[in-house]
Design a binder for this molecule. Structure first.
Ligand code: N01
Length: 530
């Protein structure tokens, strides 16, 4: 099969990319490893899975028809609802006829002589395409730590990112959840309600603030749909792709402790990810950050009845330097009789045993282990495909296995002509409301490919110097924040032997859009067009 474009993935990115190119008249096919559309929302079916972005902005904005015909139920959409939404989009836009499911792309090699990408699927089929576009997501390569004895466990074991389609029955069972990031913190309160006993294995406590989810009022939905153009413009030019903005546009240190307390209390009660926006310097000034961190720690003391447990749940890193977590009754769950907190920082997990797991202190008998242990983010999903550009150099080699990951705008790579990445490393991606960033990338890539056709350009390739400058800019911006001062999956610290690096553009989605638009307006400045 010889195509204009091959798109990898049928999640938010792949679906829109397929549509955008097909509408422009390019022969395009998307390949998806899973059996249906949805990407991470197809795979993340764990109990309590819900998005932290508010529903009304967690959707495509490019089509008014889609906006008007779809109605969200509640403030934060649950996994099944998002999956229904993506199915609705796939049906409405008749996308399935150009998606090949159950098909993993294993390699994509650039053939310099013919200027084509040679793409191989897991079942041995070879395709060629002029453009190779990845829509593999930033958090799709799940991580299960290489615990000793992992394969000896005789009970049930699940990773939150690859949850079975059938309901997992926890009733009457002794369950262990390893990991207290966003996934663990959403799953724990729900599993606790059903399990006979739940042990939470916590290595680093997370800062969590309440989601305060609620059902939408029909009038609010009507109003939202009527004003959607305004909403769309607002999120597209915002800092993070959200509607909320900085609540108090000043340093936290300019307020008295009493004023700060009132401000934090108000934003805590409102719920959602806006807590990190209470003041304008929480992510850049350690002292200001400490005021927010201390407020959350005081809330843990208020909620958790056993002071020893409360103490263990209190984080000590800079709030929001790791991805902040939203919860529904997370801290309250530790007041339940059937829930135990095991601190695996002080007593690490030594091995998984046939009947549970053993830490340096004691043994835990478990019927079910839930690995909420996260992802090899950003580069992990790309490295699952053997991508080779000019001279047969692989992306892994080019990025020196991650030690020197550099891209141009997070979209393109020197040495990899006619290849585009949607939400690639060094784009705003996971520091934004991701669908907003996805749409911007898809539209920019779509416009670019149309421009190439119009101007009879055969290849587009990022220049090495443009890439160098972009990476330097990304690094400088990140280093001016607290984000690089804390170990997290943002920095690669969660994966054993993964090189450290901060692979996200922190300048904001509005600013980033301006930069990308300027590059295009200047005839794709920083790229070689031949
Ligand atoms: O993964 P994580 P996640 N022994 O990496 C622990 C998005 N998301 O799946 O911090 C013991 O955050 C690890 O401990 P530590 C969102 O962007 C969004 O929860 O490394 N523990 C940590 O506690 C999110 O940030 C939504 O010390 C081990 C946990 O496992 C991202 O996905 C929902 C361990 C992993 O936390 C990832 O979230 C879900 C070990 N050997 C996800 N190894 C919403 O929008 C790891 N851990 C709601």
């Amino acid at each position: 099969m010889n195509l204009d474009a091959v798109v990898v993935g049928a999640g938010f990115s792949g679906l829109y990319m397929l549509f955008r190119l097909r509408e422009a008249g390019f022969s395009t096919r998307a390949f998806e490893a899973a059996a249906d559309v949805g990407g991470v929302w197809y795979a993340n079916r764990y109990p309590g899975a819900r998005c932290d972005s508010e529903s009304i902005i967690y959707n495509y904005t490019f089509s008014d028809e889609l906006i008007q015909e779809w109605t969200w139920n509640s403030r934060f959409p649950e996994q099944a609802e998002i999956l229904s939404y993506l199915n609705f989009v796939a049906d409405k836009l008749d996308l399935r006829r150009d998606i090949q499911f159950n098909t993993r792309i294993t390699s994509a090699h650039y053939d310099e002589v013919n200027n084509r990408w040679k793409i191989l699927t897991e079942d041995g089929v070879t395709l060629t395409a002029k453009y190779f576009i990845t829509g593999v997501g930033c958090l799709s390569a799940s991580n299960i730590p290489n615990f000793k004895g992992l394969d000896r466990f005789e009970g049930e074991a699940y990773h939150t990112g690859h949850w079975p389609h059938e309901k997992v029955d926890f009733s009457g069972k002794r369950v262990g959840v390893i990991g207290t990031g966003s996934s663990g913190i959403q799953a724990i309160p729900v599993i606790a309600q059903e399990a006979k006993h739940l042990t939470v294995f916590q290595r680093t406590p997370a800062f969590s603030t309440p989601a305060k989810n609620y059902r939408y009022d029909p009038d609010f939905i009507l109003q939202t749909k009527a004003n959607y153009n305004e909403i769309k413009e607002q999120i597209r030019w915002s800092k993070m792709g959200y509607l909320h903005t900085v609540v108090n546009d000043r340093s936290a240190l300019e307020d008295t402790p009493e004023e700060r307390h009132l401000a934090y209390e108000k934003v805590w009660e409102r719920g959602g990810l806006g807590f990190s926006q209470t003041y304008n310097d929480l992510l850049v000034n350690g002292e200001a950050n400490e005021t927010a961190s201390e407020f959350i720690r005081s809330k843990i003391d208020e909620i958790v009845k056993d002071p020893k447990v409360a103490e263990k749940l209190k984080p000590s890193y800079y709030y929001s330097a790791k991805r902040p977590v939203l919860d529904t009754n997370y801290y309250e769950t530790f007041n339940r009789e059937n829930v135990t907190l095991a601190d695996v920082k002080s007593a690490p997990i030594l091995e998984i045993t046939p009947n549970g797991l053993r830490t340096s202190e004691t043994e835990y008998e478990l019927d079910v282990i839930v690995f909420a242990t996260g992802y090899d983010a950003m580069t992990g999903p790309l490295f699952k495909i053997d991508i080779r550009g000019k001279d047969g150099v692989s992306l892994k080699e080019k990025w020196a296995n991650g030690t020197q990951t550099r891209t141009y705008l997070g979209i393109a790579n020197a040495g990899f002509p006619n290849m585009f990445m949607i939400t690639g490393p060094e784009s705003p991606s996971v520091l934004s409301n991701v669908p907003v960033s996805i749409e911007q990338h898809v539209e920019w890539i779509g416009d670019c490919i149309e421009y190439l056709r119009e101007h009879e350009v055969e290849t587009i390739e990022a220049k090495a110097e443009a890439e160098e400058a972009w990476s330097k800019h990304c690094k400088e911006l990140a280093d001016s924040t607290l984000l690089t001062k804390v170990d997290s999956w943002y920095t690669g610290a969660n994966i054993k032997d993964k090189p450290r690096g901060f692979l996200i553009y922190v300048g904001g989605v509005g600013e980033y859009r301006k930069i990308c638009d300027k590059v295009a307006a200047k005839g794709y400045e920083g790229f070689s067009l031949i």
